[in-house]
Design a protein around this ligand. Structure first.
Ligand code: 6GU
Length: 244
């Protein structure tokens, strides 16, 4: 997986990605990251990349040309005419695990990060293939959303997680929330680890964990249960019992 990020703050992208699991994936070459400074493609003698909005209004707008030139340089470098270009904007489709799974299949992904009041619409029409938001709130720029997306996509790339099974057994496995986890000591401030987890009885532990997932999902995210096709007859009986 090769990530390319067009941004005015490349150090924010590099620093944000270079730690922990994503940092290790960069070090061992499973993932590459190329943070391109859009300002390097300014043709203005003062290296400006923004200007006042036509029609008036608050703030500044990023100009089309530097973004377009940065994109064309990337096309040249990769020898690819068509690229998946994701523009981070609160006006986009809301990012989700299925979207991460789909994007993880690509060889190259380009993230375009806007700042100020956004980017000149004309270059967006020319190069953007996907408009994506990370939720209904407003951020100052697209860098944190790009990092959020790259993190979620990275952990789906084969070889990125050291434990191969952990990408499957997670929150949103079967679209249910994950069961609670415990580690040593067996008792902390008078609170004991559930006995079943110390029993060594694997089938019973699996059943307990499934029930905890169902209980937690019912309590915290009940909408995930509506029409959930992963629910077995046994799951549904347990949910009936919980609902009383
Ligand atoms: Cl992708 N960008 C910005 N600026 N704000 C956001 C967002 C994206 N997603 C939610 N809020």
């Amino acid at each position: 997986m090769n990530f390319h990020v067009l941004t005015l703050f490349p150090e924010m992208i590099e620093d944000g990605f270079n730690t922990s699991i994503t940092g290790r994936a960069l070090q061992n070459g499973t993932i590459t990251l190329d943070a391109v400074n859009i300002r390097d493609y300014s043709t203005n003698k003062h290296m400006r990349v923004d200007d006042y909005p036509y029609g008036g209004g608050a703030g500044m707008v990023m100009q089309a040309e530097p973004v377009h030139l940065a994109y064309q340089a990337l096309q040249q470098k990769l020898g690819k005419e068509r690229l998946r270009v994701i523009y981070l904007t609160p006006q986009g489709n809301v990012f989700s695990q299925p979207m991460a799974e789909e994007l993880a299949k690509e060889e190259d992904l380009v993230f375009l990060c806007g700042h100020y009041e956004g980017i000149d619409e004309r270059v967006l029409e020319m190069i953007v293939t996907d408009y994506v938001s990370i939720g209904d709130y407003v951020l100052t720029g697209g860098e944190l959303p790009a990092l959020v997306m790259m993190d979620a996509i990275s952990r789906l790339v084969p070889q990125v997680l050291n434990n191969e099974v952990s990408a499957e057994f997670e929150s949103f496995h079967d679209n249910l929330l994950e069961y609670p986890q415990y580690t040593r000591p067996e008792e902390y401030m008078g609170k004991r680890v559930p006995d079943i987890l110390l029993s060594g009885h694997h089938a019973k532990i699996e059943q307990w964990r499934r029930e905890q997932s169902l209980k937690r999902t019912l309590e915290r995210r009940p909408e995930l249960l509506d029409g959930n096709e992963a629910l077995t007859k046994k799951d549904k009986e347990y949910l009936q019992k919980l609902r009383g």
